[in-house]
Design a protein around this ligand. Structure first.
Ligand SMILES: NC(=O)c1ccc[n+]([C@@H]2O[C@H](COP(=O)([O-])OP(=O)(O)OC[C@H]3O[C@@H](n4cnc5c(N)ncnc54)[C@H](O)[C@@H]3O)[C@@H](O)[C@H]2O)c1
Length: 285
């Protein structure tokens, strides 16, 4: 299998955030024979990458979609000798790119068994410092991206009677400081998940959400200060961060036949953080 056979597949016209115009050729995209297809957004690194690896391990052909060109190309190089991956450059917040990218995906892969809406950004700031630009940026990627990708993937999901998993956050379950935009976007994703579950459920497509607690990724490095880390250690009954593979296992479970009757649920994968509620650390010791 030579490099590129399993495709690097890019939006033709997508201007990168860096301001470049990216016009790579569309390489030949072929599927792993008889493999089910999963699309994972924001999968070039972090939780999304772990989800992509999990689906691949379970025999899926995985489409890794991301708007970080450099990291996406790193993944393409890393997996160049491995069957069963495609790479799509796309900004989930850009409706034109989403439409074009998913149209090309569906031309090649008409049946989509799993869509994992994982792409997300976090801007943590005191409430009074959150600008409208911050708010829009977070909503555009986290909420609009989830809506747009699901709409665009729907024909493929209906054909396969597939499954949607949206990555929310425990920040959408429990309010906290610094998360005016992020927490609100994640709470909205949880309700969007229920809408999707109800509206697509009778067509055979399930929708659920995973709400991770803190997970050690580039995002966490960016927004979790030393204080936040200590506080999480105190507040989480399991007293540690989750791993990307622990989140990936939950996502895969929700897409698998083992979860065939689970629809419209929000699964907190958080070491008990949500369950602890008002439980003070001092009361646990
Ligand atoms: N890390 C945590 O502690 C944590 C906790 C709860 C929820 N989450 C959620 O998990 C998801 C993954 O987070 P992570 O920690 O792996 O973050 P990360 O920053 O390491 O990875 C996010 C990936 O999404 C991609 N991405 C961002 N914006 C995009 C866009 N507009 N279009 C396409 N791709 C885009 C990035 O390039 C990156 O590859 C996010 O939705 C995040 O909100 C993370």
């Amino acid at each position: 299998m030579h490099k590129g056979e399993f495709l690097a597949f890019y939006s033709y016209f997508a201007p990168l955030r860096a301001g470049l115009t990216f016009t790579t050729s569309s390489l030949n995209m072929s599927s792993t024979p008889s493999a089910k297809v999963a699309i994972v957004t924001g999968a070039a690194r972090g939780i999304g990458l772990a989800v992509a690896l999990k689906f691949h391990t379970e025999g899926y052909h995985v489409i890794i979609l991301d708007n970080d060109k450099e990291t996406l190309q790193e993944r393409e190089t890393q997996f160049s000798g491995t069957q069963g991956y495609s790479f799509v450059f796309c900004d989930v917040a850009n409706p034109v790119q989403v439409q074009s990218s998913f149209q090309k995906i569906l031309e090649q892969f008409p049946a989509i068994y799993a869509l994992v809406n994982n792409a997300g950004i976090a801007i943590f700031k005191p409430a009074e410092q959150v600008t409208f630009e911050d708010w829009n940026a977070v909503m555009s990627t986290n909420l609009n991206g989830t809506f747009l990708c699901t709409q665009a993937a729907l024909p493929g999901l209906l054909q396969a009677k597939g499954s949607i998993v949206n990555i929310a956050s425990i920040s959408g379950v429990r309010a906290s400081t610094l998360r005016m935009a992020y927490g609100t976007s994640k709470a909205a994703i949880m309700h969007l998940t229920k809408q999707q579950a109800v509206e697509y459920g009778n067509k055979g497509v399930r929708a659920n959400a995973v709400a991770p607690g803190p997970v050690e990724t580039e995002m966490a490095k960016l927004v979790h200060s030393a204080d936040i880390r200590t506080s999480y250690g105190d507040a989480i009954p399991l007293a540690r961060y989750g791993s990307t593979t622990e989140i990936a296992d939950a996502v895969y479970f929700l897409c698998s036949p083992a979860a065939a009757y689970i629809n419209g649920q929000i699964l907190a994968v958080d070491g008990g953080f949500d369950a602890a509620g008002v439980g003070l650390p001092s009361l646990r010791s």
